[in-house]
Ligand binder design. Structure first.
Ligand code: AMP
Ligand code: GLY
Length: 426
């Protein structure tokens, strides 16, 4: 089979690496891909942007692609799946109607309220003055969220009234996220420990991946502004068997059913970002794709070939499928450019990737890097993710940091506490 993979981040490198191992796959084209994907067997990057729907369609038709896999949220929300389906092509990823679950937080919150899916109490506003009046009377801390896509940066957890006023001003007046900030959610702040719960779904059956946990803040101990994710590990011990059952029965299955009832049948990866307390999950957000960086440790642990699962999802026969996992643990540490998630420089020469990969059980997934006459250089905020597979979390942590220490460039920054929360539970 020939696969077209849409996207260029660390998640897509991990997907390409995993998909290329499938006996069913002869070739994988990545649009636009990255320098890491190009190093994988069977894989080749093609210069077509994820936003260029007609270019992607032409490519899929010309290359006789058998299955397209869409990595990031923006093309899903904008309707790339719909374009491929309308042209009779196989594509794994929700339609734009279903992707609204991530594309609009107001839609997601209204859906959860209507169908009794556990989530924080909230109000939504499209008027700044009304929102301002509400936050002035709201109990602190409070969470202010832009409605639309904001690359993981549209959420402000506010401990002081000044912070919530500033968040509203940035989102609704300064429009720092553009049209994504035309509406806001103001919701109660939840307590507990976060986890990511991701599953394959065909619109009826839900086949969960292993549990994982992201680290969204830029600095150790969850300090500083939120990023796209600075590291992740799997499994996440906070997702006990009891929590897992609650998540499946109270969140995942009812959400898939609700989407069907709303006339928005859902096929693809469904990701619930959760706050868990005493084994009880509350939904913070839905994403309509694999998490980045959660995909990296998950795909390193996944033993099953994902291609038959994706094909089964398209044919609504996921119910007969299952996934097996490495019994150990995987940890991914994201290495970022100085200044991220604010502005950062590019073009710094990266050294030590091969030395890191010489360590048994280490795989480096490239995100924002490019080739240059001087070797591989930085080209994004999140540059790469060093990922380890170990017998357990402590072993995976010590391996991943031994490997990360071998990689460097001017201004490299990474968190030193990825996985620590799991240690405190094991
Ligand atoms: P989201 O993109 O909605 O998942 O929000 C990004 C991050 O903000 C989450 O991973 C949490 O750390 C935090 N967050 C979002 N909503 C809440 C909430 N209601 N209570 C506490 N923290 C939250
Ligand atoms: N790591 C969180 C996300 O992919 O949205």
């Amino acid at each position: 089979m020939k696969i077209l993979l849409v996207g260029s981040g660390g998640r897509e490198h991990a997907l390409a690496w995993k998909i290329a191992q499938s006996d069913l796959v002869t070739e994988l084209l990545a649009a636009p891909g990255n320098v890491g994907i190009d190093q994988e067997p069977k894989c080749k990057s093609v210069r077509v942007s994820p936003n260029d729907f007609s270019g992607l369609l032409d490519l899929a038709v010309k290359e006789r692609v058998d299955l397209t896999v869409i990595g990031p949220e923006a093309p899903l929300v904008a309707g790339l799946t719909d374009v491929f389906v309308a042209n009779g092509l196989n594509v794994f990823g929700p339609s734009s109607g279903a992707a609204l679950l991530e594309g609009s937080k107001v839609f997601a919150k209204d859906l959860m309220k209507k169908y009794g899916i556990p989530s924080a109490d909230f109000e939504s506003f499209d008027d700044y003055d009304k929102a301002l009046r509400f936050v002035k009377s709201a109990r602190l801390p409070v969470v202010v969220k832009a409605d639309g896509l904001a690359a993981g940066k549209g959420v402000f957890v506010c401990n002081r009234l000044e912070d919530s006023i500033e968040a509203l001003d940035k989102i609704m007046n300064q429009k720092i996220f553009g049209a994504a900030g035309s509406r806001v959610i103001v919701e109660d702040c939840l307590e507990g420990e976060e986890a990511s719960f991701i599953a394959f779904t065909d619109g009826v059956s839900v086949i969960p991946l292993a549990s994982s946990q992201d680290h969204k803040a830029i600095f150790d101990d969850d300090m500083g502004p939120n990023t796209g994710g600075m590291g992740a590990y799997s499994p996440a011990p906070v997702v006990t068997q009891q929590a897992h059952d609650r998540i499946m029965n109270d969140v995942m299955l009812p959400t898939v059913k609700a989407m069907e009832s709303e006339g928005r049948p859902y096929t693809g990866f469904l990701y619930a970002g959760l706050m868990i307390r005493n084994d009880e999950p509350m939904v913070l957000e839905f994403n309509v794709r694999l998490g980045d960086p959660e995909a990296q440790p998950l795909l390193v642990r996944m033993k099953t070939d994902p291609i038959p699962l994706m094909l089964a999802a398209l044919e609504c026969r996921l119910g007969s499928q299952s996934i097996t996992w490495d019994d150990g643990a995987a940890v991914c540490v994201v290495m970022a450019s100085a200044g991220y998630p604010g502005s950062y420089s590019k073009g710094e020469v990266i050294s030590g990737i091969s030395a890191a990969e010489e360590i048994n059980g280490i795989k480096v997934f490239i995100a924002g890097a490019a080739s240059s006459p001087h070797g591989v250089v930085t080209a994004g905020g999140r540059v790469l993710g060093v990922t380890s597979l170990g017998k357990n979390i402590p072993e995976a942590i010590s391996k991943v940091y031994e490997a990360a220490a071998k990689i460097s460039w001017n201004g490299v920054h990474y968190r030193k506490d990825i996985g620590r929360k799991a240690l405190s539970r094991s």
